[in-house]
Design a binder for this molecule. Structure first.
Ligand code: ADP
Ligand code: NI
Length: 222
């Protein structure tokens, strides 16, 4: 569809208001970064920019993590907002699919839906979960959940179940091995892959430094 700056502006206002009290890693600034990154990635792809921008802006409008695990509130809120703006039905359907499938763990076709627009927004969201900002978001979320940052008695690379996370027994460092270090190999676009590589290397370097500092302490205090 043709680009509608007025609708994008109204969407920005709606998202800012809705996320006013959100946790620091899922607040308006996360949405802002994903939106801007998605616009950049979209410049090298043949996509409907309205779908990309609406998808980026609405993708975390009601994250199930903060809504009792309900996966339907986000898509429903996004659809209601878009209907109110009088957007065409096919655009509403496409953006709803982006909101619904962006954070599914599987690859392209395992979800039953894939489009380049979803690929672009998903890459932008994943880029915000890695690198320096990704590290900040992970520890902020861990703090929000009152998790340890690291526990030398709990292996960070041991495969841990979802239940461990639910019960808050996994330190935040474990999240790097469960998810953050896996994202580089799950990027959809060429630009996304390139940006992810650099951020991935930064995280590897960060973890090396983290353990080196931690080891430096052992023997000093005990
Ligand atoms: P998405 O929004 O792509 O579905 P998530 O909501 O799982 O992904 O993650 C959003 C942000 O919250 C990421 O920066 C991620 O690192 C962080 N996060 C999610 N789960 C955890 C966790 N168990 N420990 C630390 N950070 C987490
Ligand atoms: Ni997100």
């Amino acid at each position: 569809m043709e680009y509608r700056q007025d609708i994008i502006n109204l969407t920005v206002n709606y998202v800012k208001e809705t996320l006013a009290d959100a946790e620091g890693g899922h607040d308006w600034w996360h949405i802002y970064r994903v939106w801007q990154q998605a616009r950049k990635l979209a410049a090298s792809e043949k996509v409907d920019m309205m779908v990309v921008e609406l998808g980026a802006l609405l993708h975390d409008i009601a994250d199930s993590k903060f809504n009792g695990g309900d996966e339907e509130i986000g898509p429903a809120k996004a659809v209601a907002f878009m209907q109110h703006q009088g957007l065409p039905a096919d655009v509403i359907q496409h953006v709803e699919n982006i909101v619904r499938y962006i954070s599914f763990k599987g690859g392209h076709n395992e979800n039953g839906f894939y489009s380049l627009e979803l690929g672009v927004v998903q890459d932008a969201d994943r880029l915000d979960a890695i690198g320096a900002i990704g590290i900040a978001r992970a520890f902020n979320y861990g703090g929000f959940k009152n998790r340890a940052i690291y526990d030398p008695n709990i292996s960070p690379v041991m495969s841990r179940s979802k239940e461990d996370y639910k019960h808050n027994t996994a330190p935040t460092i474990n999240h790097f091995y469960e998810k953050l270090l896996l994202l580089r190999d799950r990027m959809n676009t060429e630009t996304g892959k390139r940006l992810a590589e650099q951020r991935h290397q930064f995280m590897e370097q960060y973890l090396q430094q983290f353990y080196a500092e931690w080891e430096g302490m052992s023997g000093d205090e005990s």
